[in-house]
Design a protein around this ligand. Structure first.
Ligand SMILES: Nc1nc2c(ncn2[C@@H]2O[C@H](COP(=O)(O)OP(=O)(O)OP(=O)(O)O)[C@@H](O)[C@H]2O)c(=O)[nH]1
Ligand SMILES: [Mg+2]
Length: 315
């Protein structure tokens, strides 16, 4: 089965659903490029989505998120579920260091047909990642991945938002790492359903766990008390407990109604972002037109006030 570079999304999707990984990669590239291409993919995946459960994994740079993700994937595969991974690369697509790093750490899974790992680079243009990531997760859902793991670095509003908009969110910290104060500052305390204290082979694990427990005991408003799991990702230690915790949170969230509530909020937020990005694209289009040039001349010559000019353009 082959798929040419400019193949239609529907053709690519059929191929991807029957196991063609390069077709899947092409669909994700279309999503990454955004605009009309992303839209054409969303049109064909739409009818097939809604089955996958998403898990956001976030934390400070170097906390061990990719290593942990890899050990979690190994654990999930022993339960025989199909897993897609989106590793969001905060660096430029041209330096590529982190992309290579993630490949190295996750390459034990490359020969497994039921695992698909993709790095997505931060894009400069409007809408960017926060529009592309949910689209990409839907592609993985549509091709039959039962779980989609989304790794983002926990700095920057967009990245934290992306991880927080999952069915279950995992926040990774390290022993002594910024006394967990940093996690608090970055807004990670509120989005965590599960805390992982990774690098538990290092000193200070007990203190970090009790710091977290103390902070969590002060937290009010949610019925779910986040679980705290210790892991040594490099050795796979704690991965089975983490997988269990994820399933436990999933059961709670489905039976309490939180699952549907979150999905509803998420869809609404997504709609808002898409409308925003379409409006922004419309502004760009306007800005390259004749009417815009005339309006700016009028403003410059003080013939028109900027508000009146803007309203004129929108009409
Ligand atoms: N000692 C120890 N080292 C670990 C553990 N987990 C990960 N590491 C190491 O920590 C370093 C960073 O791991 P990554 O998995 O790349 O961390 P990351 O959070 O994905 O990093 P970024 O994506 O760059 O933010 C690597 O050298 C890992 O081998 C652990 O449990 N113990
Ligand atoms: Mg990483």
């Amino acid at each position: 089965m082959t798929s040419s570079a400019d193949a239609e999304p529907a053709t690519l999707l059929d191929a991807a659903r029957s196991g063609d990984r390069s077709a899947l990669a092409r669909l994700l590239s279309k999503v990454e490029r955004g605009g009309a291409e992303a839209r054409s993919v969303s049109e064909v995946t739409h009818e097939l989505v809604g089955r996958a459960t998403t898990v956001g994994i976030t934390g400070a740079p170097g906390a061990g998120k990719s290593t942990l993700t890899s050990s979690l994937v190994r654990e999930m595969r022993s339960s025989d579920v199909a897993v897609g991974v989106l590793a969001i690369d905060p660096s430029s697509p041209f330096t590529g260091g982190a992309i290579l790093g993630d490949r190295v750490r996750m390459d034990e899974h490359v020969l497994d047909d039921d695992v698909f790992i993709r790095s997505m680079a931060t894009r400069g243009h409007l809408g960017g990642l926060s529009v592309a990531v949910p689209d990409a997760a839907r592609v993985l859902d549509a091709v039959g991945m039962e779980w989609v793991l989304i790794e983002t670095v926990g700095v920057g509003q967009v990245e934290v938002e992306i991880a927080g908009e999952a069915d279950t969110t995992i926040v990774v910290v390290n022993p002594g790492w910024g006394d967990t104060v940093q996690a608090n500052k970055a807004g990670l305390m509120e989005i965590a359903d599960i805390f992982v204290v990774n690098k538990a082979d290092r000193a200070g694990v007990d203190e970090t766990v009790s710091d977290l427990e103390r902070m969590l005991s002060l937290r009010s408003g949610s019925e779910w008390r986040p679980l705290v799991i210790r892991t040594i990702a490099t050795e796979g230690v704690g991965a089975s407990q983490l997988w269990e915790a994820i399933q436990q949170h999933g059961e709670w969230s489905r039976s309490s109604g939180e699952f549907e509530r979150r999905r509803t909020v998420r869809r609404e937020q997504e709609l808002r972002r898409i409308v925003n990005s379409l409006m922004a694209a419309r502004v760009e289009e306007l800005a390259s037109g004749e009417a815009w040039r005339r309006a700016s001349d009028d403003i410059a010559a003080l013939r028109l006030d900027p508000w009146a000019a803007a309203n004129g353009l929108l009409d």
